[in-house]
Design a protein around this ligand. Structure first.
Ligand code: PEP
Ligand code: MN
Length: 352
């Protein structure tokens, strides 16, 4: 468990999965200690998380227990040997967290969207050697995430990690925050030196999806997990639907398939590139299907207006345009021609 775990060493060589767990919000001494006690039975858990100040959408919601909770975090650390971790959003949080020996900080998704807030935090962390994890901003904007990491780097912090917690999206999905795996992959490409872990709880928003998303994250080469646990999840004051008991966490770990005990960095790069290709192919198929639907509508129009299906002039014109554009993009002109001939043929068939 926690006692002998060296987080700075992990940053230098993040081979073993970093597992961070604990309640969404610290609610009471009893709740925190009972949760920590349960977690102390899971070897993999090295870091106890607990939200002390909660960024809530509506002002009447529970906004965190405040400074008192930090004392309980300290007590849990002394009792069970965990490292402790909390969210900071303003410089005052940083001062208090340091006062109570919090070992690791994280910056939340709602704070990362605001460069002024991030800069204030970075300024007040100057000269500290505390590890800081930067969650992705709620908006799917890799540059904003990168910018926050750069601001902390600019303040001289040496131990900076990233937490992938999913993104808000207007489209209905089964997730609370759509994972959009291509964004952490892009961050990894831009900053291979920044280890990324996955907050499966905030991606899922419900217990039922946790196992599946944790497995996916593992298969994508995640270097760790943040998972919310509570001794009595149904009565949690925040994020009740997504929290699980420490016992369920233990079972979830037992069900995870570890494809390799140690993650080989080269292998991870290859895996990520392949995932990226898969996502692009998926997108291509969606686009082709969308194109065919429009094509059918054009077919209906032509039928109504008694126009022939094959419009040779237009076809020649678009084919030439696509070949030129493809060549300009560095593609093989012959292949572009083949691809569009197949698409066009299919389109024509649908209009007949
Ligand atoms: C949290 O970890 O409890 C939290 C508020 O996270 P996020 O910033 O990802 O919403
Ligand atoms: Mn939460």
């Amino acid at each position: 468990m926690g006692e002998s775990f060296d987080i700075r060493e992990w940053f230098l060589n993040p081979r073993d999965l970093l597992v961070i767990s604990g309640p969404c919000s610290v609610e009471s001494r009893e709740q925190l200690l009972a949760t920590a006690e349960g977690l102390s039975k899971i070897d993999r858990v090295k870091v106890l998380r607990g939200g002390i100040w909660k960024p809530r959408t509506r002002p009447e919601a529970f906004e965190g227990i405040g400074e008192e909770g930090l004392k309980w975090m300290q007590e849990a650390k002394q009792r069970y040997g965990f490292l402790t971790m909390t969210e900071v959003a303003v410089p005052e949080h940083v001062e208090l967290a340091l006062k109570y020996d919090i070992d690791i900080l994280w910056v939340g998704a709602r704070t990362v969207v605001n460069p002024f807030s991030v800069q204030d935090l970075a300024d007040c962390l100057k000269g500290c050697d505390i590890p800081v994890f930067v969650k992705n901003p709620i908006a799917p904007d890799v540059k904003l995430w990168l910018g926050a990491i750069e601001r902390f780097g600019g303040a001289g912090l040496r131990y900076i990690g990233a937490i992938h917690r999913g993104f808000s999206s207007i489209e209905e999905t089964s997730y609370r925050n759509a994972p959009l795996w291509e964004i952490p992959i892009e961050l990894l490409r831009l900053r291979p030196d920044v280890p990324i872990i996955t907050d499966v709880s905030h991606i899922c928003g419900c217990r039922e999806l946790l196992q599946e998303v944790a497995q996916k994250a593992l298969d994508m080469g995640t270097l760790g997990f943040m998972i919310e646990t509570h001794n009595d999840p149904d009565h949690a004051l925040t994020d009740a639907k997504q929290q699980i008991t420490p016992d369920s966490l233990k079972n979830a770990f037992n069900r995870l398939i570890f494809r390799k005990k140690k993650i080989d960095t080269d292998e991870m790069v290859l895996q990520n590139l392949r995932k990226e290709i898969d996502e692009i192919d998926d997108e291509l198929l969606n686009l082709i299907a969308k194109r065919m639907n429009i094509s059918e509508k054009i077919g209906d129009f032509k039928k109504q207006h008694k126009v022939t299906v094959l419009q040779m002039g237009r076809w020649k014109q678009i084919l030439e345009h696509h070949i030129n554009k493809g060549v300009n993009l560095g593609l093989n002109g012959e292949s572009v021609k083949d691809i569009f001939e197949i698409i066009h043929k299919d389109s024509i068939d649908r209009q007949l």
